[in-house]
Design a protein around this ligand. Structure first.
Ligand SMILES: Nc1nc2c(ncn2[C@@H]2O[C@H](COP(=O)(O)OP(=O)(O)O)[C@@H](O)[C@H]2O)c(=O)[nH]1
Ligand SMILES: [Mg+2]
Length: 201
């Protein structure tokens, strides 16, 4: 039986004072609009909890999905950081919200979603620069792998990815790689809580 998470609730924050208190570990899902953030969240949870749309750059809110595995945690849907075609004013507001979000220091891991067909685009390089300044580590998750024939996965992955940390190749469509990612995240939440707790002799 593959691991399952129970979906408990969602908090939507448009403004800083709507951010939930930093009480449980948070795993952030980020990447360009349309890269497949909402679809992957839905596939990981096995339920349509995040709205997926074909229209990029619509979302101006941060969605916190409270899930329970062994321990409760938030999966956080954080839409395109800084690179949406919006007015200067909207972008400033969005930046303030994202800065307030990260300042809470509840994030234990960032998942950077990258389209497996395209690899790291300019927007992804910008995001990586931002991520490099964040406290929590980043893991790369390639999306839409169903669009590439499986025989090409290994070579393609090697051509994009030279990092040391794990990278996942996934498809929200076929479910490829999703069970592995879920297990990894569950384990990550566990370990982040263990390392937070009181030291034992
Ligand atoms: N073929 C395929 N399409 C996908 C996959 N994941 C997402 N999509 C499609 O890509 C579009 C954007 O997905 P969405 O999850 O809304 O992206 P978001 O903007 O990053 O949240 C939608 O039309 C999805 O149906 C996938 O794994 N395979
Ligand atoms: Mg989305």
């Amino acid at each position: 039986m593959p691991l399952r998470w129970k979906y408990e609730s969602v908090v939507t924050a448009f403004l800083q004072n709507q951010l939930p208190p930093p009480e449980i570990p948070e795993i952030t899902v980020l990447g360009r609009s349309n890269v497949g953030k909402s679809s992957l969240i839905n596939r990981l949870v096995g339920q349509k909890i995040a709205r997926s749309s074909g229209t990029p750059g619509k979302t101006r809110s941060i969605n916190f999905f409270r899930l329970a595995g062994k321990h409760p945690f938030y999966l956080v849907d954080l839409p395109g950081y800084g690179y949406s075609a919006v007015s200067q004013e909207t972008r400033q507001g969005w930046k303030r919200l994202v800065d307030a979000y990260t300042a809470r220091s509840a994030t234990v891991l960032h998942l950077h979603l990258v389209d497996f067909r395209h690899g790291f685009l300019k927007a992804d390089q910008q995001l990586r620069e931002w991520l490099a300044h964040q406290e929590a580590p980043t893991v790369t998750v390639f999306t839409k792998a169903d669009k590439i024939s499986k025989g090409k996965w290994k070579t393609l992955l090697a051509s994009y990815y030279k990092g040391q940390e794990p990278a996942f190749v996934t498809s929200a469509e076929s479910g490829a790689g999703v069970d592995e990612l879920r297990l990894f995240l569950e384990d990550y939440v566990d370990r982040s809580l263990a390392s937070d707790g009181p030291e034992e002799e």
